[in-house]
Design a protein. Structure first.
Lengths: 272, 272
């Protein structure tokens, strides 16, 4: 068992049982088990950015992936929601439960670092476009020693995008894939990804069609089953497994004791 | 000389030379000098909270002090602006300058902890009122060991309100007074407070009436000279000196090399 056996990624949807997640993480932590938490905030970001007059815009890449258009103004609202509202909301929940949490973005201490994309090729209304002023990229490096030092001091790290570009700019990165890199860098055994579905569904949105078990060697074949946001989660799972994480669990974040249930195998368990 | 000789408090006003402050701090840091930075964000908060339909409201205490009305909704917008926008903005500036900064609120790791006020007695339209749902308080305890551990790892801490109440709630605290407690807890020799005036003015807003030097024993007598926000700064200075900080410097944050100029004695130098 590594020093940090579990990395937990929690989505940002309003239907997520935030208090149940916090209570379950606090229970795990107080039992002497360590973890690092990663969270999102997409749904609340859409709400606030609309209120501030910069409604969300999504880009579709040539390969069919969808991502948020992140110009400088969006990035600044992104930071307000993810690092201000969501992150401090999680930290406060933990403090109220007696767990000394520390909320950090990937920019802080360069916890998450990677290249900013210099151009994004997208398809819009059937036309191909190249966008150059987007602040997005991907995580390639994790400051594991800072995370381990915090944990050794008894502090629970609560992480959120943005990450730092190689040059030091704030960049929007995918939270699921950042969590996968974090799990690998910490030598975690398990990556748990909680969202507003019970796991990977064979026939989305039919929750009765949950796929309970996928072998690591077969995960790539399930990309075609994943809908929307789930595509990035499957990609993150594939990356985590290829970097040595033993298992990835997609589980329901809308229920009581969501972490315990996930660790007990409720959801989609991916690994050998 | 202590491990952290200087604590720097920077206001949140739009007229502040943010890039000049960051460049000067980076110069100081790269010269091997350590510091902890504390920042505000009041002006931008007024702007964003108005846009989000919760315009700022200020309370006047029976003793004549002014403070921001911080109900739960204001607190949440406060966190967005201070912890999201302002804090990550400072961290990004430092990362771009090659300084590995870590942005934290006082809630994180309980860096700043103190009691939440259970009731605020105010005077409104000549009537006395008691407000009980306000999220304000004051810092009484600083997690100096976390700050020192970060600094020893080569990381520049960048701190901002809110603080943690004893129970773990997020509470709005005065940034100048929080900086004073931080300086004392770190055994800092000097607390520098940069704002949009050259220092304490005998006849505000006449910048020609700068008071260059005040003895520690005489600071209390200058409270009557301080206008508006400057009152809290004088109070913070008094507290810092009483807790062992050797000198407090109020200086201009609108100029080039503001930290170097302050440390060279430009501004109001308070101490023996």
């Amino acid at each position: 068992m590594s020093a940090v056996p579990v990395v937990l990624k929690v989505g940002g949807g309003a239907s997520l049982a935030h208090d149940a997640v916090a209570a379950d993480v606090a229970w795990w932590w107080k039992g002497g088990n360590r973890l690092v938490m990663v969270h999102g905030g997409a749904e609340f970001l859409n709400d606030i950015s609309t209120k501030l007059g910069a409604p969300p815009e999504f880009l579709t890449s040539e390969s069919g992936h969808t991502s948020r258009r992140t110009d400088r103004r969006t990035l600044e609202i992104f930071e307000m929601v993810y690092c201000g509202s969501m992150n401090k909301g999680w930290v406060e929940r933990f403090q109220l439960l007696g767990v000394n949490a520390v909320g950090l973005s990937g920019l802080d201490g360069r916890i998450w670092e990677g290249p900013r994309k210099d151009a994004i090729r997208v398809v819009k209304d059937g036309r191909r476009l190249v966008i150059r002023d987007d602040y997005t990229g991907r995580v390639e490096k994790v400051n594991a020693s800072l995370l381990l030092a915090l944990i050794e001091s008894g502090l629970l790290p609560v992480l959120t995008p943005p990450a730092a570009s190689t040059e030091g700019e704030a960049i929007n990165v995918d939270g699921d894939r950042a969590a996968a890199f974090t799990a690998a860098a910490l030598g975690a055994h398990t990556l748990v990804i909680l969202s507003n579905v019970p796991g990977l569904l064979a026939r989305f949105p039919d929750e009765g069609s949950l796929i309970p078990r996928i072998r690591a060697s077969e995960i790539a074949g399930f990309m075609s089953v994943a809908e929307g946001r789930m595509k990035k989660k499957v990609l993150g799972a594939e990356e985590a497994l290829s970097m040595g994480v033993a298992r990835v669990i997609f589980a329901d974040g809308r229920v009581e004791q969501p972490l315990q249930r996930a660790l007990a195998g409720h959801g989609t368990v991916i690994g050998d």
